[in-house]
Design a protein around this ligand. Structure first.
Ligand code: NAP
Length: 693
């Protein structure tokens, strides 16, 4: 057994699951993986590590490495480290991301770049897996190629004699090592990712192929979630290896000691009452935006304008009850869940999931701990197939998990937002044990929101705003579903919701509204400049305006407290669809303008008819920004000002970024590349800040 160190940096569990898969497969290829979360800095030491390192890194937020990697990244980014600090280290890195976001796979790219800068060398090309088209498109070949790359590494580092022994061992084996050795060059070619730009282009190309495949299938009206047509229905299938089951679940009669609070957060949790709720949009607005005020006066929770925090939310009660019924466990919903590791499990290093509290009830488990809405991964479908009695249903589940069925999986599972309940309803003979659900359903994640107030302005209160998310799920039949958290919050405040009357409002009847649980978020970069005389520009269409309301309230109080101080200009570029339907905080913004806190307010209405403007219409925030090119360039390049962007990451933030490049290039007379460099410098100096998702 050749040892390698296997680290994962996970946010929602995907990188961990992939690392565990690598760990499980390692033995079959003659390796032993020393598996750790990257945060467990006391369990490994890269400075003295002699074995090859394999790292799986996901990406979160605005292209950041996951929270679990924060300490590691901070440590390796220490500027005092010499350039040969990791010269002894050989590594392979798999980055996970979503190409719909601006900074694709950036978590992995940051670590990869820094390891290189410190002298580490890759023994295997970096992989960038794209959740937008299915991580498995890169993950599977990357893992398949890893074994050959490890063999090659050990062959080259252990000298001729040993390499001959290994090579002869390899040639006697009947496992997949031999064909992989033969194909090493093509594997490496496939995954040659030194030039990340080229790889991203390849990923996009692959996306296009996949989308093309889905489009072709749309014309094929006979295939559905439960039914396939030739050639897939007749194909022999390459299905993923069955992940070893490892959890044994017993349901015991309850004795009233179960955990009943939403506990599984590592951060401190505060239970706070809702003290007000306001609908900020009219009833005919395209999206409904609500503002919720929390009373934090009796807690130690504190925040600065620009901070975000987590709301701990439950799954929908009706979906939980439906799931319990389908699993034939409705009459045991109050039973206590007792978890053990299966004595005979083949899963290496199996451990109990940390997000499931001890002795919670079954109902609590499904309500507060598991993301039951998650789109099931292929490995889950594969495992479900083994608990499906009907032959045709079993085959279809296998197809959906197979390489040949990738386009059907994308169309009927991923793009249709299918969840476990949809699958169980579509495949009635599938009866999985509870343990399997616990092994495959990810942890129910808390949802982040930006603070939309200042505690100077609203002492003891915290405001946040959100749209009630609605989407069409059409796995079995078209159903309009609400977002897990926003749907729950909207129902919670339904009875006390006030019409748009944010300025003065009485506290709602506390008895009517239960408390909610929140926890602070630790990444706090999106703050006002320390020097209040510096000019700032804020760009926040839709609910992206949230942190800027906090900034403006804060500034108003600071100006009251320091009437003689010099405060820099504040620009706000806001965008909404209709002036009279979703112009959020209209009265408040007028007030800030009137008292001179807000010096420039530029609002664009994307769906109102242009008001006969002489200049080009300003449909979106970037059109307004473009219209004020000179001032924007002046603030950023001459007055050492800041620009903040908050809101949608997929389109708006990209387009605003492109507009800024265009403006800098025009105003300075520089090439596009030069303008991009200038913008990158602003980012480095933390004068171009984004809070986008
Ligand atoms: P939105 O969907 O971003 O729409 C707001 C306005 O932006 C609309 O007028 C929309 O116009 C326009 N728009 C569409 N595409 C655009 C583009 N490429 N460039 C510029 N503007 C564009 O607003 P939202 O529904 O309120 O969503 C805001 C986003 O901010 C969400 O992604 C949310 O997750 C995120 N966010 C929320 C918070 C919070 O605290 N709630 C904090 C940070 C981020 P059309 O629809 O007419 O095209």
């Amino acid at each position: 057994m050749r040892r390698f160190l296997l680290l994962y940096a996970t946010q929602q569990g995907q990188a961990k699951a992939i690392a565990e898969e690598i760990c499980e497969k390692a033995a079959a290829h003659g390796f032993s993986a020393d598996l750790h979360c990257i945060s467990e800095l006391d369990k490994y030491d890269l400075k003295t590590e002699t074995a090859p390192l394999v790292v799986v890194v996901s990406t979160t937020g605005n292209g950041d490495p996951p929270d679990t990697a924060r300490k590691f990244v901070k440590a390796i980014q220490d500027k005092t480290l010499p350039g040969d600090f990791f010269a002894h280290l050989r590594y392979g890195l798999l980055g996970l991301g979503d190409s719909e976001y601006t900074y694709f796979c950036n978590g992995g790219k940051i670590i990869d770049k820094r390891l290189q800068e410190l002298g580490a060398k890759r023994f295997y090309d970096t992989g960038h897996a794209d959740d937008c088209v299915g991580l498995e498109l890169v993950v599977e070949p990357w893992i398949n190629g890893l074994w050959a790359a490890l063999v090659k590494h050990f062959l080259s580092s252990r000298g001729k004699e040993e390499s001959l022994t290994m090579a002869s061992n390899a040639s006697q084996r009947t496992d997949p090592l031999t064909p992989e050795l033969l194909h090493i060059e093509s594997q490496v070619g496939l995954l040659r990712l030194d030039d990340s730009g080229r790889k991203d282009a390849e990923v996009l190309e692959q996306n296009a192929v996949n989308r093309g495949q889905s489009n072709t299938l749309i014309a094929d009206f006979e295939s559905s979630l439960t039914h396939s047509v030739p050639p897939l229905s007749q194909a022999s299938l390459n299905i993923p290896a069955l992940p070893p089951e490892y959890l044994q679940v017993d349901l015991e009669e309850s004795h009233g000691q179960e955990s009943q609070a939403p506990v599984t957060s590592v951060d401190p949790v505060f239970h706070v009452p809702i003290s007000n709720a306001v609908q900020l949009t009219t009833n005919d607005a395209i999206k409904t935006t609500l503002l919720i005020e929390l009373d934090i006066s009796k807690t130690d929770f504190s925040y600065q304008p620009g901070d975000a925090f987590n709301v701990i939310c439950p799954n929908s009660d009706s979906e939980v009850q439906h799931l319990l019924q389908r699993l034939q466990l409705a009459d045991r919903r109050d039973h206590c869940v007792v978890l053990k590791i299966k004595a005979d499990t083949k899963k290496k290093g199996a451990s109990l999931p940390q997000h499931i509290p001890e002795r919670c009830s079954l109902q609590f488990l499904l309500t507060w701990c598991l993301e039951i809405r998650a789109v099931p991964k292929k490995a889950f479908l594969r495992a479900l197939a083994d608990h499906t009695g009907d032959g045709a249903e079993k085959r279809r589940l296998q197809e959906l998990s197979s390489r040949q069925g990738a386009a059907d999986y994308n169309r009927f599972v991923r793009d249709a937002c299918a969840c476990l309940l949809d699958l169980l309803l579509a495949f009635p003979s599938c009866q999985p044990p509870l343990g399997l659900l616990l092994e495959h359903l990810p942890k129910l994640q808390p949802r982040p929101y930006s603070c939309a107030s200042s505690s100077l302005f609203h002492p003891g209160k915290l405001h946040f705003i959100f749209n009630i998310v609605e989407f069409l799920s059409n796995a079995t039949e078209a159903v309009l579903r609400k977002g897990v958290c926003t749907g729950w919050l909207a129902t919670l405040v339904e009875s006390v919701l006030q019409p748009n009357a944010c300025a003065s409002h009485a506290d709602v009847e506390k008895a009517l509204v239960p408390k909610i649980s929140i926890s602070p978020r630790t990444t706090n970069f999106f703050h006002l400049p320390n020097d209040p005389s510096v000019p700032i520009m804020m760009v926040g269409p839709g609910t992206g305006i949230a942190p800027f309301i906090g900034f403006l309230q804060h500034r108003e109080k600071l100006q009251e407290q320091h009437p003689d101080a010099h405060f820099g200009a504040m620009w706000l570029f806001f965008g909404c669809r209709h002036k009279d339907r979703d112009y959020l905080f209209r009265n408040e913004l007028r007030h800030f303008l009137k008292c001179g806190i807000l010096t420039h307010l530029k609002v664009s209405f994307s769906r109102d008819a242009p008001a006969g403007e002489a200049e080009a219409p300003t449909k979106y925030v970037q059109d307004s920004i473009r219209r004020h090119s000179k001032q924007v360039a002046g603030v950023l390049l001459q007055e050492s000002g800041y620009i903040y962007v908050c809101g949608d990451a997929k389109n708006m933030a990209k387009d605003v970024n492109d507009t800024l490049v265009e403006i800098i290039s025009k105003e300075v007379g520089a090439e596009k590349l030069e303008a991009m460099k200038t913008l990158a410098t602003l980012k480095e100096e933390k004068r171009y800040l984004q809070d986008i998702w």
